[in-house]
Design a protein around this ligand. Sequence first.
Ligand code: NAD
Length: 506
Amino acid sequence: MADRTERHAQATIHAGGEWLEAISGETREILDPADARPFAVVAEGDEKDAERAVAAARHAFDQGPWPHTPVTERAALLRRVADLLVRDREELGLLESRDAGKTAEEGRVDIDCVADAFRYFADLVAAEAPGRVVDAGSPDIHSVVVHEPVGVCALITPWNYPLLQASWKIAPALAAGNTFVVKPSEITPMTTIALIGLLAEAGLPAGVANIVTGPGHTVGARLAEHPDVDLVSFTGGLASGTKVAQAAAPTVKKVALELGGKNPNVVFADACATEEGFDTAVDQALNAAFIHSGQVCSAGSRLIVEEPVRERFVAELARRAQKIRLGRGTADGVECGPLVSAQQRAKVEAYVASALAEGGVLRCGGKRPQPSPERPESGWFYEPTVLDACHREMKVVREEVFGPVLTVETFRTEDEAVRLANDTEYGLAGAVWSADTAKARRVAARLRHGTVWINDFHPYLPQAEWGGFGKSGTGRELGPAGLAEYRETKHVYENLAPKPVRWFAG
Ligand code: NAD
């Protein structure tokens, strides 16, 4: 990794096994969100670079060995990648922290999760039967359903979990035998570039893994529409996701979309009946809303709390939110980093201003923090913010803020809790907190969200599907369905004793 960046800082495009600069020669500085200073320079690719990478991926799919490599060898390669990720964990974790502004510990945890994704998909394909034999009702017919790679995959990823989101696509795409072009977010490409180096080190044939660094409206758009791309898997915002779906439609390629969320965290009063229960529910609500400064697709950004405990709950939440230590992700004791960009902070500030104009009550935050040595004024920091007295007519309740902003709504009955929790165009994730197991499960069953937690928030398992209802997306990542996205299904019907049909008399 270091080798490549030191020798050719700008050669961050990888196509056909070569590290290349942008055809245009353009470059982009990558900024550290903690102080807005550049710490790397990458190639600023455009449509032509996307085309070059697609051609390499196409050639590797049509001519190369990878789609036909025995599944045990593909799995072994994925496991070698996991080992290399573990080897480089510290370096990659720090790079992720610097790129995305998260704490160093969050960066390291991300790398562990990336390694887990590679191991999971390796194990999944290695354990599979080669095909499903179908009983055709005749000894003369041999019918089998097999799965084959889709072909060339365009993988477009966001900035909040740069390598994790990339790995949820790259690991199953490779496990299934595809070739790919990945386009990381233009503002956080560093760890994905590094991963491409690790794939080559693990022995992946040239042309299977390609990367183009550059903007969405050029590189991403060209990948989505390109006729030689067979599948596009996109993770990002709703607005970009709908453009990707439109661009992909004329070529009828497979499309998977992992989009935003406006995730409810429903707290029943009985969850807070004991001091321990209260402390746990508050602590997890804090974590749900503010980890990675709320820049999490599944962030619990809507607290929906039962009336009798509302005041005590919100007061304690705001007290603790004010104590969250903000600073550069690598500084000792820091609990939350900055927002990823000046643009993202401006967006958050605009949402808070609109909430206050619409009657929201500020319980804490709502401003930039005082600068300090670990929190330079030039960094894009914003205080954890709790907005009380919110309701669904408010923009901040309906739209994804993607920042450290928690809105509070109140309910009085179970039906009202369910109605509020489902009252969103999104449907990514949600949680219900209750000491009454039957009630919690009843409510969970009524929530229209792709992941529902009962008495927890945020954990996911590589073995379990991840994805959204409604405008949170189509398709699934992780789990067996996350592998199925990257496959075509083929039915092979073999007649062992062919005879004329005689449908036509002549
Ligand atoms: P974004 O939509 O701005 O960008 C995502 C990616 O799409 C980037 O690589 C970008 O360059 C590219 N892109 C932008 N316009 C494009 C276009 N017209 N054609 C093709 N590609 C284009 O999103 P972001 O700001 O990077 O990420 C935040 C969003 O991602 C949030 O909405 C968040 O909820 C979502 N997200 C969802 C999940 C999930 O699992 N559902 C996970 C992480 C993030």
